[in-house]
Write a protein of this length. Structure first.
Lengths: 227, 227
């Protein structure tokens, strides 16, 4: 059975990506990160999703990106709620410096140990909100670097592929895809700014993208109906 | 004053790299990792070297690579002492899957936050013991990826350079260079297998490379004279 390492934050995109990899017949190794993000509550969702999709192993790597800083997601800076930050020309304050590079590097390390040639990431370039490390050219460059970085690739045993199956899908298409695959979106988490009562704020960019996505998909958000 | 992020393990190569960056006039930001390596004692050396070379900041990022495994350095597997593993055709068991990629990714994240264009790594391709992520083609691929990965590079503010000033130097040349620059090698640590009394084993590959390097450089190892 072919193996895949799948980055899993617990949000809509990574959870759908896990469901896509499962549908493609991979043995799943889900990888999450506790990087002291303000919305660490998403890790609970990652655990639930990993369990629901019967992954072979779910690994949570811990480190503290607050020590490095540079983002509203790893500081007490308020995340934007005043105006949508979806313009391609602007990189939002929720950008975390080199986050996907760090995540993919750990995925590569684990993939090499497992001898898994496929790494999956829920990167998206359509409802893309300006993150440089979600673009196809970045993912290609990472893949090229990965194949020069590792023992198994240099020895010719494995050629790594960075799979981003949602890259050219809208949020609505992603939600329709996951729904088709039977994914239970009530288990996912999107909000960047969880409220004291543990509910999503419904005002941050991520909550807005979620709401818009479900609306356009013509699907009821099971999480919204709980709140 | 131009800034540099310098990877610092506390060994000869990274310490000399820090001294080279200092001599080139950079404001220094030293970055070390506590990844549950069996020779965590090297972090003490990193702290001493960082202090001696008056870095602006020394950051130690913690995570646990034992959870990923795949290396004698992050497991209880015995590190090789029977035969030297310096042949280019063999990758030693002390190789840690994608380690430099993980280290450089954190360096990139910090460099972006600091707006530092230069990252220094003590990679070496001569006394090179088979690590794929020490080769020039790997470092070039990482640099290319880095410049597609980050907000500051995509916005054209910074072009990242991965500097590996020791890349084509022998261990003896490295030691001579550091000695010229006034580096105190008694503060460094090389051994992969620290003994219960806190002294180097003098038998592992890293101890042997160190001994050979000092001998060829015609310099007395201040650490050896202490033991």
């Amino acid at each position: 059975m072919k193996k895949a390492v799948v980055l899993l934050s617990g949000g809509i995109d990574s959870s759908t990506t896990l469901a896509v990899a499962k549908a493609q017949g991979y043995e799943l190794y889900a990888l999450s990160f506790d990087y002291n993000q303000r919305h660490r509550i998403e890790l609970e969702s990652a655990r639930k999703i990993a369990k629901a999709l019967e992954v072979k192993k779910h690994l949570v790597i811990r480190f503290d990106l607050r020590e490095i800083g540079g983002s509203a997601l790893t500081s007490e800076t308020e995340v934007s709620k005043s105006e949508p930050q979806s313009r391609q020309s602007q990189i939002p304050i929720t950008y975390v410096p080199a986050r996907n590079t760090i995540f993919l590097s750990f995925a590569l390390s684990w993939a090499e140990t497992l001898e898994a040639g496929d790494i999956f990431i829920g990167a998206n370039a359509v409802d893309y909100s300006g993150y440089p490390d979600c673009r196809p050219e970045y993912l290609r460059a990472f893949e090229e670097m990965a194949n020069l970085a590792t023992k198994v690739s240099v020895e010719g045993k494995i050629k790594f592929r960075i799979n981003a199956p949602l890259l050219y899908m809208t949020k609505a298409e992603i939600i329709r895809k996951g729904t088709e695959l039977g994914l239970d979106y009530s288990l996912t988490w999107s909000c960047y700014d969880p409220q004291p009562d543990g509910k999503p704020c419904l005002q941050c960019d991520s909550c807005r993208f979620r709401e818009k996505g479900f609306k356009e998909a013509g699907v009821k958000d099971p999480l919204a109906s709980q709140s």
